[in-house]
Design a protein around this ligand. Structure first.
Ligand code: Z5A
Length: 218
């Protein structure tokens, strides 16, 4: 479990927001940030892959890789973990040490869901990288936004440009969601949100559940 104590024994928290594309993670991160700001808790939002200069470069490669060369799934896996390493060492850990809470738009569970579930990479390989790169850093809270893949695809199709993962078919996202649900059943510290519902209902659910959590763990 992550818990970094500073000299005053204050504990910073590592909060991760997860879900398939179009589940509303970006909005959820803003809601959490707003709540923490109101409680005068210093915080930052990071996104994966990305959020350091080098990790953002890796993100660009991942999202717009050369159209004339196949990006192999294991290359993608390595790029994601390279970006994660930079983010953990250069941003997440230093922030937590300074008692700044970190809200992450995706983290390691995304790799199990997308690479393990969607792309069917052997989970043994993913766990090997997880152990090497992520080590003992574990979210204090995982907020999972659950949405039917058909509905999520409908939402992302409204956007202008789709990246190569977003161009995947429905079966890919069904496998990804199934892996999320499977892995989530092993996680205790979580909030489960039904993200199929109308946006204002989803927002209320996030605020209510997060407020309850905050009362207990702040
Ligand atoms: N990836 C991976 O494969 N393995 C990994 O380990 C990691 C990542 C870390 C990151 O790209 C890609 O990298 C991602 C997985 C892969 N896949 N792809 N492609 P990204 O950061 O661009 O993608 P994303 O993380 O999925 O973000 P997103 O597509 O923008 O989804 P979102 O943040 O969950 O959704 P949103 O932007 O908050 O909402 C989407 C739209 O739906 C937006 O117009 C909202 O206004 C709307 N929305 C949200 N909620 C609702 C409700 N309740 N009703 C109606 N409309 C709504």
């Amino acid at each position: 479990m992550h818990e970094m104590k500073n000299k005053n024994h204050k504990k910073s928290k590592f909060i991760v927001v997860e879900g398939i594309d179009g589940s509303g993670k970006t909005n959820a991160c803003q809601i959490i940030k707003h709540k923490l700001d109101k409680n005068q808790i210093k915080n930052i939002i990071v996104r994966e892959p990305g959020s350091t200069p080098l990790s953002e470069k890796i993100r660009k490669i991942i999202k717009n890789h050369c159209p004339y060369e196949t990006l192999h799934q294991k290359t993608l896996l390595l790029l994601i973990y390279a970006a994660r390493m930079q983010l953990i060492k250069n941003k997440i850990q230093p922030s937590l040490k300074k008692n700044i809470w970190v809200i992450a738009d995706r983290h390691d569970l995304s790799s199990l869901a997308y690479q393990g579930g969607g792309f069917k990479i052997n989970k043994k390989h993913i766990f090997f990288l997880k152990k090497m790169i992520v080590g003992k850093l574990t979210p204090d809270l995982t907020i999972y936004l659950d949405i039917q893949p058909k509905k999520a695809l409908h939402r992302i199709l409204f956007r202008n440009q789709l990246d190569f993962i977003e161009k995947k078919n429905l079966e890919f996202f069904i496998r990804t969601r199934n892996m999320y649900l499977k892995m989530l059943s092993k996680i205790n510290k979580k909030i489960f949100i039904n993200a199929n519902l109308k946006i204002n209902i989803v927002h209320h659910d996030i605020i209510n559940q997060f407020t309850e959590w905050l009362k207990k763990y702040k």
